[in-house]
Design a protein around this ligand. Structure first.
Ligand SMILES: CC(C)(COP(=O)(O)OP(=O)(O)OC[C@H]1O[C@@H](n2cnc3c(N)ncnc32)[C@H](O)[C@@H]1OP(=O)(O)O)[C@@H](O)C(=O)NCCC(=O)NCCS
Length: 291
């Protein structure tokens, strides 16, 4: 059995990873790497046996501006072992390797664990943490018809994709817990522009999802666009609007914060006391930053 790592630009190794992710999670990385969205912050650690990948744990380098200070964390993702090799200690071995490699140089290691794997992560020494989720108060969810509405970016011609991608790389901050190196992960979710909307007069993109109401996932603009201004340009049709990120301090009074443990979706696991600041300071990892 051989341990290989950091090989995303090597086609042979990546195709073995693809085979295991397709089987386990139903996706692969080829379009993401070949499209130029991969920038080196996704680092897989994998066991190979007989020319086949049998287990993998990936480290995502995450840089955040957290309440005015740069924080460097590792987010673990793509944790998987081929079905016929499970319960032999392989994923635990890879996890220990990754933790040992990054624990000293990063301020914390975290992951969003599937509910079916909770015991596994506890056995790997991770503890559970809450976040705070923000929902906009009703009185700030009223459309102002005097203002131009956000329109689907997909219908705006070819040039719009480049403008969007440039802003993913380089937008004014719209969150008090903003991922700085968001290009790789945000493009993973939004490169088709399906849920991306643009308001020409503001020069501003938003990403909107539906999940028991509307979720405002991202606001991207060269100059800061105020949350109130953005909301006036969205037709919510009476639906609630949750934020998929932590608002700026100045916008927190427009929102209701609730402690969030992940419900039926996940548990947030962490190592490193610095990450206790997430719960203490009522922060929320951007939904579009999940690995
Ligand atoms: C979760 C997963 C990666 C574990 O891989 P694995 O190689 O079988 O794990 P290990 O053998 O290293 O397990 C280490 C310990 O955790 C336990 N464990 C592993 N998976 C577990 C599970 N799903 N539930 C309870 N305990 C589990 C093992 O029994 C072992 O315990 P021990 O040290 O007391 O013997 C694997 O089951 C998998 O690929 N699942 C599908 C994909 C998935 O859900 N990934 C997680 C997404 S967040």
């Amino acid at each position: 059995m051989q341990l290989i790592s950091d090989y995303m630009r090597d086609e042979k190794s990546r195709s073995m990873l693809n085979e295991l992710t397709r089987k386990t999670f139903g996706f692969d990385f080829d379009w993401w790497v070949n499209g130029g969205y991969y920038e080196g912050d996704y680092i897989p650690y994998s066991f190979i046996e007989d020319g086949k990948m049998i287990s993998n744990v990936s480290a995502n380098v995450m840089r955040f501006m957290q309440n005015g200070t740069v924080k460097n964390y590792i987010q673990i993702g793509t944790v998987m072992t081929d079905e016929s090799y499970r319960k032999q200690g392989l994923a635990a071995k890879l996890m220990k390797h990754v933790v040992d490699k990054y624990e000293k140089d990063f301020e914390g290691i975290y992951l969003f664990g599937d509910l079916s794997a909770l015991e596994f992560y506890k056995k790997c020494g991770f503890k559970i943490l809450n976040q705070y989720r923000y929902t906009v108060k009703e009185e700030f969810c009223i459309r102002d018809t005097g203002k131009e509405a956000f329109k689907p970016a997909k219908e705006m011609g070819d040039g719009i994709r480049k403008t969007y991608l440039d802003l993913v790389r380089n937008s004014a901050p719209h969150s008090s817990f903003e991922q700085i190196n968001k290009y790789g992960l945000q493009t993973f979710y939004t490169t088709g522009l399906d849920n991306v909307f643009y308001a020409e007069d503001l020069g501003c993109f938003i990403v909107l999802d539906e999940d028991d109401g509307i979720v405002l996932q991202s606001v991207l603009c060269k100059e800061k666009a105020s949350l109130a201004d953005v909301l006036k340009r969205i037709d919510l049709n009476g639906q609630k609007c949750r934020l998929g990120f932590t608002p700026l301090d100045e916008d927190k009074d427009k929102c209701i914060a609730e402690k969030y443990g992940g419900a039926d979706d996940y548990r947030l696991f962490y190592r490193g006391d610095e990450l206790m600041s997430i719960e203490r300071d009522r922060l929320y990892f951007p939904d579009l930053s999940h690995a």
